[in-house]
Design a protein around this ligand. Structure first.
Ligand code: ACO
Length: 337
């Protein structure tokens, strides 16, 4: 049984936040952000916004369903990847099941941050190969702006992240029109769990007692996302090429066969490093971080969907998706679109 990509969709909130907008509320500037990350603007739902993560995912899902040309009732399973769920629990998958009014189908949440979509898609592929499901809705969505430290204290992290969502319909197929997913791999290295993390409201640091104690001095590094940027960068540029090579080897393909690489949009410098290391042309790497920032689990489906919409990915193209992020976790998927 093959798992083919039947349709893609994406959605971003309307509110555009430029680097100059950020410079009005914290000590930063367009030059610093552009030079270090390539980002020019991102979308923010904002603290008072009415689009929690599940709604972003829902809007992207409607587009993916339309693009796939199926009726939503044909979806028999949901996998939702996010690090910014509406509620601490339950996860966003069940909310999406409810919004789509799908009859009690299963909904699985994936908590693998920037690699979330790769983990989610690999899982969908395995379920389809096992014959369990026929049309799986795989979603990556994030509403980061609800919980970023939008002051100078948080500038090293907050300027990088944006909100958005991407969705994909992965379907079982026995027809010869596409090979679909050819290979995938997933990895983790949990000893680095706190190099890129948000501790609150996890169970490790006794939050409930702390927050109820009026003498508690807030440790902002634990309440807001924390990132050891240089450390993350160094690991990312090693793991990306490793995981990509692994998928090519598993699929028996050579890098020369690649039409386009869609890396997780972590940082334009990481993509450029990767492009150079793999000897790829400009048209073989798709980036949209300039417009959306790093949207974590949403970044790969958002980029693939946009690349499809712009005609940069065509049916039959050999596409490699790859991610690295918090955990650390990383992985890649090689597919024939
Ligand atoms: N605006 C202006 N100055 C800033 C900002 C900002 N937004 N943020 C930090 N600075 C200052 C720092 O305070 C520091 O000042 P100092 O020298 O006076 O102390 C100076 O800039 C350098 O700070 P660094 O953190 O060392 O900056 P660096 O050059 O390492 O760049 C960055 C930071 C862009 C995060 C870099 O480490 C990086 O690219 N890391 C890769 C990680 C990444 O991209 N993660 C994305 C999310 S994770 C993922 O998706 C895999």
């Amino acid at each position: 049984m093959k798992s083919i990509i039947k349709g893609m969709g994406h959605y971003v909130p309307d509110n555009i936040v430029t680097n100059d907008d950020l410079a009005k509320i914290m000590d930063t500037n367009d030059e610093w952000i552009t030079e270090r990350t390539g980002i020019k603007e991102r979308r923010h739902v904002g603290r008072d916004g009415d689009e929690p993560t599940s709604i972003l995912g829902y809007k992207a899902s409607l587009k993916a369903i339309e693009n796939a040309g199926i009726d939503k009732s044909e979806i028999d399973f949901i996998i939702f990847a996010t690090l910014s769920p509406d509620l601490y629990f339950p996860g966003c998958g069940v909310q999406l099941q409810n919004y789509l009014e799908l009859d009690t189908i299963g909904a699985l949440d994936v908590r693998n941050q920037c690699s979330g979509f790769i983990y989610a898609l690999s899982t969908a592929h395995a379920y389809i190969q096992a014959g369990m499901y026929k049309n799986i809705l795989v979603v990556g969505a994030e509403n980061h702006s609800f919980g970023l430290d939008m002051t100078t204290r948080g500038r090293g992290v907050s300027v990088i992240f944006g909100d958005g969502a991407g969705a994909m319909i992965v379907s079982a197929s026995e027809d010869d029109s596409s090979d679909g997913i050819l290979a995938c791999n997933m990895h983790s290295e949990g000893k680095y769990d706190e190099e890129l993390t948000m501790a609150f409201p996890g169970t490790k640091y006794g939050w409930v007692d702390k927050l109820l104690d009026e003498n508690y001095e807030v440790d902002y590094q634990k309440i807001y996302p924390y990132m050891n940027g240089t450390f993350v960068f160094k690991h990312a540029v090693t793991r990306f090429p490793e995981t990509i090579k692994e998928s090519f080897e598993k699929a028996g393909k050579s890098i020369e066969d690649l039409d386009i690489l869609i890396p997780h949009q972590a940082n334009l410098r990481i993509s450029q490093f990767l492009q150079k290391k793999m000897g790829l042309r400009d048209d073989q790497v798709f980036d949209n971080i300039q417009k959306y920032g790093n949207t974590t689990a949403a970044s790969i489906p958002l980029a693939l969907s946009e690349a499809v919409e712009q005609g940069k990915v065509q049916r039959g193209d050999l596409v490699c998706l790859a991610a690295f992020g918090a955990g650390f976790t990383w992985g890649s998927v090689l597919l024939r679109y």
